[in-house]
Design a protein around this ligand. Structure first.
Ligand code: NDP
Length: 420
């Protein structure tokens, strides 16, 4: 029998005791888990053990639609925040970053097993208003927030299945729970005519009705670096952007760079980054090939970038209401609605992308990266926070940037200190 049978019924200390036995945890390891216990989070997820914290920083220099922002970002990856700030500085110099939200609806689907797609289309056509009403009645307060069910469409998936798609304006929430309640109620209504034929009802994370478009430009003369002229850097960025359109291997990494920024701010804002990730990557392959999400072109003496992302975010609800730092981050970012948040998130993604492409086509990604990675290496080698900077300087000075050398250099630093 599994040691973990009915694990979720046990209280916190019993759970830790079982885990400690199972994995041979030391007393100090168990204490570390306990030290970071939070009753709030114990209620948030199942089989809660401890808080797992990630660093939060802020990317600066954002001017989006003529308003100044800082972008709170939660990430464990060095150089992400520096790059976002750097890209934002370039794009904000001439106040060029503009973003607009192109749609506000979340879509959910009821999948029905039927060979008679035409019958279903007829049923939905004749009951359209009634069905919108049924959906709204499942979560009537959404009308109070200015939202509600907007429209219904029927898609034939193959010879045996159709999807009834419900589009809902979910107000300031991400709307997953609200949508799922509406769908399940609507599914019962559909079953009155098509009994036992509903397979499932769930929102779609493909947020093509929540698109956010961001554009920005930077003058050639802001892009020069070392002995490469700004004009050449712009041309190379345009070429790099083209490669991400034609090669899925490059596109994946291009988009990973964008998501370095997007995920970090989405997390800081208490939003569901898995939903954002799945949506964005599906959107990147909307024409059948996976492509880069952004495009960069030279126009006159400027490099112009644009990107459209499907972002279904929430400004209320979900983790926003339970994670206390999210409220502070909303205030820090000075965003006041989910539309404003979506615009800032898209601007972070484009800025992140510009900084990465610029580094790639000039000095390479490693130079900036390694400087910051050395801090991590120093900590991995065992350096205390007060020793990190000295150890990094020593590693750079002696051009020794591997773990063994870091440990050796740390030993030398400590020996020297003792000798003083
Ligand atoms: P909630 O269930 O917290 O719902 C948001 C609630 O906020 C609303 O129901 C409403 O409650 C209240 N509210 C207050 N002001 C407003 C406003 N102006 N506009 C709209 N609602 C308002 O969260 P969501 O429904 O947003 O769901 C998000 C969560 O669902 C996330 O945690 C996500 O991880 C999770 N999830 C995601 C799925 C997916 O992506 N596939 C699937 C299932 C869950 P009231 O009407 O009572 O006032």
């Amino acid at each position: 029998m599994s040691t973990f049978k009915h694990f979720y019924h046990r209280d916190y200390d019993q759970k830790l005791a079982l885990l400690s036995d199972f994995a041979n945890l030391s007393d100090s390891q168990v204490e570390q888990f306990k030290k970071d216990y939070s009753a709030n989070n114990d209620n948030l997820i199942e089989n809660y053990v401890t808080n797992y914290s990630l660093p939060e920083g802020v990317a600066v220099n954002f001017v989006v639609n003529h308003k100044n922002y800082v972008a709170p970002m939660v990430t464990e990856e060095p150089s992400v925040i520096a790059a976002a700030s750097n890209g934002a500085r370039l794009l904000s110099k001439n106040d060029s970053l503009t973003a607009e939200v192109l749609g506000h609806n979340l879509m959910g689907q009821i999948v029905v097993k039927t060979d008679e797609a035409n019958l279903m289309m007829g049923f939905v056509r004749t009951h359209n208003d009634e069905m919108l009403d049924v959906a709204n009645q499942a979560h009537p307060s959404i009308l109070k927030y200015g939202g509600g069910a907007q429209r219904i469409r029927v898609r034939k998936l193959d010879e045996h299945y159709v999807s009834i798609d419900l589009f809902v304006n979910v107000g300031e929430a991400m709307g997953a729970n609200m949508m799922n309640s509406m769908l399940e109620t609507l599914a019962s209504f559909v079953e009155t005519r098509f009994p036992n034929q509903v397979l499932m009802s769930i929102l779609s994370n493909y947020a093509e009705d929540c698109l956010v478009k961001v554009t920005g430009s930077v003058a050639f003369n802001q892009l020069g670096t070392g002995d490469i002229s700004g004009k050449d850097v712009a041309r190379k960025i345009e070429e790099a952007s083209h490669i991400a359109q034609i090669d899925k291997y490059r596109a994946t990494t291009h988009n990973k760079g964008i998501m370095n920024g997007v995920d970090a701010i989405v997390m800081a804002m208490g939003n569901d980054w898995r939903a954002v990730e799945s949506s964005v990557h599906a959107y990147a392959s909307r024409d059948g090939q996976y492509r880069g999400l952004s495009n960069w072109h030279r126009v006159d003496d400027k490099l112009v970038g644009e990107m459209t992302l499907p972002l279904s975010l929430g400004f209320v609800g979900g983790a926003v209401k339970v994670l206390p730092k999210v409220k502070i981050n909303q205030q820090l970012a000075t965003v006041q609605s989910k539309d404003e948040l979506a615009k800032l998130v898209a601007a972070v993604g484009l800025s992140q992308n510009l900084a990465a492409l610029k580094a790639l086509v000039t000095e390479g990604i490693q130079k900036g990266h390694m400087n910051l990675q050395l801090n991590s290496l120093a900590m991995t080698a065992g350096a205390e926070p007060s020793e990190v900077s000295r150890l990094v300087t020593a590693m750079k000075h002696q051009n020794k940037k591997d773990l063994n050398s870091a440990k050796e250099l740390l030993k030398q630093i400590r020996n020297n200190d003792e000798g003083e």
